[in-house]
Design a protein around this ligand. Structure first.
Ligand code: AMP
Ligand code: MG
Length: 326
């Protein structure tokens, strides 16, 4: 079975074609165009959606061309239905509904967060992990139980990606800033104490961000201290969740999974808790069509697809509300 997946929750418009072979997926093509806001600014939803509309047909054509297939070979189509920025989400919704209606291909709305998790599991081989989802839109710990991903800790305010991006922008960098902060942090070992806020098993990053801005005279020390504090906070919550759930695997997914220092800290946690460590490959840790295509294929094993009038988009759509039957 072959699926075309379309992603457009925030900064990225992407189309991917994935073929299901047993429990594995083969990514035949994955094409992306990323909206870059002006230096020092965040994503403007209307500008990002305009970018996605302008690039949608070229991304789709390139994706089909690279797969060496024709659109008529596609068995199912899936799209990111939420959570995300409304104007951006509508682009994948419209493109998916158009192709579905014209070519009579079954259509599946996909939860973007579940897409990150399912693609990470498929690519790493993790079977039943505690998942750390860290991206621009999410910071949460999730484990699967009784047909749903259950949350074992999350941010109370901004996400880890927003912390890095907003702090980076205050230094004048172009968003997304995680990679640049990682580079600068790697040049310092001077830790300046910053607010460390873990409440129960949840974390709060907004006070940390304000305090980091106040010490940003030396950018390298500030980036190092910010990373060490934020990663230790989420690490503490993850270690407690691992111990509580008794999961024997831990998987990091989402754009921030690209960070090497985060993996280093989590490898140590896994060694202490006797759990196996997995991290999504860097090429597929951030937003991409493959996460949507692979999850669409999983849904297609148990469901028929939705009618066009039910092919919705939803800005707020928590992953722990989705029942999973595959
Ligand atoms: P996503 O929303 O899943 O595409 O993830 C985007 C987020 O990942 C942004 O906040 C980026 O700053 C962040 N990110 C990307 N690369 C890195 C990195 N090397 N270290 C930390 N964060 C990163
Ligand atoms: Mg994402």
């Amino acid at each position: 079975m072959i699926c075309l997946g379309i992603e457009s929750t925030a900064h990225t418009f992407s189309c991917a074609i994935v073929e299901r072979r047993g429990n594995k997926g083969k990514i035949l093509s994955d094409v992306r165009r990323i909206y870059r806001p002006p230096d020092g600014q965040g994503i403007h939803p209307r500008e990002a959606s305009r970018h996605h509309i302008e690039h949608s047909s070229e991304v789709l054509s390139e994706c089909v061309h690279q797969s060496n297939l024709s659109i008529k070979d596609i068995d199912v189509i899936s799209y990111s239905a939420g959570p995300g920025l409304g104007p951006c989400l509508r682009v994948s919704g419209v493109v998916a509904r158009t192709i579905s209606s014209y070519y009579k291909i079954p259509i599946y709305p996909v939860n973007h967060a579940i897409g990150h998790i399912e693609l990470g599991k498929m690519l790493t081989g993790a079977k039943d992990p505690l998942v750390l989802l860290v991206s621009g839109g999410h910071t949460m710990l999730a484990a699967f139980k009784q047909k749903k991903w259950r949350i074992f800790g999350e941010t109370l305010d901004i996400t880890l990606g927003q912390l890095l991006d907003q702090f980076g922008r205050s230094l004048g960098f172009a968003s997304p800033c995680g990679k640049k902060i990682e580079e600068l942090a790697g040049k310092s070992e001077k830790y300046i104490e910053l607010p460390y806020v873990v409440k129960g098993n949840d974390v709060s990053f907004s006070g940390l961000m304000s305090a980091a801005k106040r010490i940003s005279k030396n950018k390298e020390d500030a980036c190092y201290s910010l990373q060490e504090t934020a990663f230790a906070m989420i690490g503490e919550a993850a270690e407690r969740a691992l111990s509580f759930t008794e999961k024997k695997e831990l998987l990091i997914v989402g754009g921030v999974a690209a960070n090497k220092r985060l993996s280093q800290i989590f490898k140590q946690i896994c060694a202490r808790q006797k759990a196996e460590f997995f991290v999504a490959p860097i090429q597929y840790s951030g937003d991409c069509g493959s996460q949507i295509a692979w999850t669409g294929l999983l849904e297609a094993t148990v469901k028929k697809g939705v009618s066009l009038k039910d092919a919705f988009v939803r800005q707020s759509w928590r992953l722990d509300t989705v029942q999973i039957d595959y």
